[in-house]
Design a protein around this ligand. Structure first.
Ligand SMILES: Cc1ncc(COP(=O)(O)O)c(C=O)c1O
Length: 451
């Protein structure tokens, strides 16, 4: 006879990081005392703290690796460096030396690329905000304009008509690739037929030449299947364009969005264990594209606008401990000299944070706060670290993408940025800001002067 199992009440046991628990022991990384062979102490002595450090070698390695991986899977590949990811001139120049075009999303970025010597035809002009002036310039300079919405299309049609110009254009397309929420605020929608409407309006206009199709399905994407679907949908459109209008497109642009090696806040396993490799993204994209079934000479160029996956791990932020503290509940806290004003990605990522000098074996769970007198300035809610004292250095890793563009001048000044060159020399690539630099843009009405 079955006996009823005895009820046992559940027990919730708190696992403390830093101590042995069911997952094992937690560990912190060994101290990292140099970056590309240059001692952290030397860098700080010469350029101060906090300090952004970029590795030229790592950027080149990442870029070459990605090109090799894609080119072994699809015959015609072109990368375009996504300026907003990091548009420091030195960084863009390394990518351009590696044959990347420029992918820009504003007139400011467009002008920056032109100033660096990139020809209009090698600039991909994305984004929802292209002024009339910017459009005129881009049309004249034969840039590849990716139209975002119908109002932009009508403005280009009108500009070409009044100025007697011809424009080379592509459209950005958004679509359902099984990733939610959908990124449908940029470009023309695929499923509801809007993109096909835009294509027909372009093709039937005498001044416009449709040369490509573009999508950027999202950012920090973990699904390779989403890319296969996106490539397959764009390939389907390209096939229809060929069949119905006898037009063979120059390119298909799959955008960026591959996850980098940073771990997202709330992600349990480290990024290294969960993100797909570039090989897997490339396999998915090429198999989607081969649904084109075109002959080799008719295959469109595959353009990629990969940002974070190519530069995150080439960027480091050296920071100094300003103070140790105990919070009211006894939790340990560190205050460091780098805050969310220069580490914007601290809002999304659990960065790898490593001490830059020898330290003892004892570890303690700590919160890390930045130097700002603002409650939002939390670099990390909780991390297991060895005991650090005032003046000790930490290296915040994987900060190459978005931090040096989304940083803000708030309460303190933005620090120096250096690049460690392939030959081991160190170049200052952006000077730390000064009060005069910031004040230069301000105007004080005479009536308010205290002098
Ligand atoms: C149009 C476009 N291309 C490329 C990128 C680069 O994306 P990621 O850095 O995620 O590769 C972005 C970023 O959001 C984008 O909007």
């Amino acid at each position: 006879m079955d006996t009823k199992k005895r009820y046992e009440r559940p027990v919730i046991t708190k696992h403390y990081s830093g101590f042995m628990n069911k997952i094992g022991t937690s560990s912190f990384s060994k101290p990292k005392k140099d970056i590309d062979g240059v001692a952290v102490t030397d860098l700080v002595e010469k350029f101060g703290s906090p300090l952004f450090v970029i590795s030229e070698k790592k950027i080149r390695q990442n870029q070459r690796n990605a090109v090799r991986i894609f080119k072994t899977r699809y015959p015609k590949v072109q990368f375009a460096w996504s300026y907003k990811t990091n548009y420091l001139n030195a960084v863009c120049s390394v990518f351009h030396q590696e044959n990347s075009w420029a992918e820009v999303v504003s007139e400011f970025e467009y002008d920056k690329a032109r100033k660096l010597g990139i020809k209009g035809e090698n600039i991909i002009f994305n984004g929802p905000d292209k002024s009339r002036n910017a459009l005129l310039k881009a049309i004249k300079e034969k840039a590849k304009i990716h139209i975002d919405h119908f109002d932009e299309l009508y403005e280009i049609i009108e500009l070409c008509d009044t100025e007697k110009l011809k424009a080379k254009v592509a459209i950005r397309i958004n679509m359902d690739v099984g990733v939610y929420p959908k990124w449908d605020r940029f470009g023309f929608n695929y499923e509801n037929g809007e993109s096909w409407q835009a294509i027909k309006r372009i093709i039937t206009n005498k001044d416009l030449e449709l040369i490509g199709l573009h999508t950027h399905i999202g950012t920090y994407m973990m699904s390779t299947e989403a890319y296969r679907l996106a490539a397959s949908k764009l390939a389907g459109l390209a096939r229809s364009i060929k069949e119905q209008f006898d037009i063979v497109l120059e390119y298909i642009d799959l955008g960026g969005g591959f996850a980098s090696h940073n771990t997202l806040l709330g992600q349990y396993l480290p990024a290294e264990e969960v993100i797909p490799s570039i090989e897997q993204f490339a396999d998915a994209i090429s198999s989607g594209l081969f649904e084109l079934n075109f002959k080799n000479d008719e295959l469109p160029l595959l353009i990629l606008e990969t940002g974070r996956a190519l530069i995150d791990d080439a960027g480091f932020l050296i920071s100094s401990v300003l103070a140790n503290k105990r919070l009211s509940d006894g939790k340990k806290a560190l205050i460091i000299d780098a805050g969310v004003n220069i580490l914007f990605t601290g809002f999304w990522y659990k960065h790898k944070i490593t001490p830059a000098q020898d330290c003892g074996l004892h570890t303690e769970e700590s919160a890390i706060f930045g130097p700002l007198c603002m409650n939002i300035d939390v670099v990390r809610e909780s991390i297991t670290l060895p005991l650090l004292k005032k003046g000790d250095k930490l290296i915040i890793e994987y900060v190459g993408a978005y931090d040096m563009t989304q940083w803000m001048q708030f309460i303190t000044l933005r620090p120096n940025v250096v690049m460690i060159m392939e030959d081991g020399s160190v170049e200052l690539i952006r000077k730390s800001e000064t009060l005069d630099y910031i004040s230069e843009m301000e105007l004080l009405p005479l009536k308010l002067s205290l002098k």
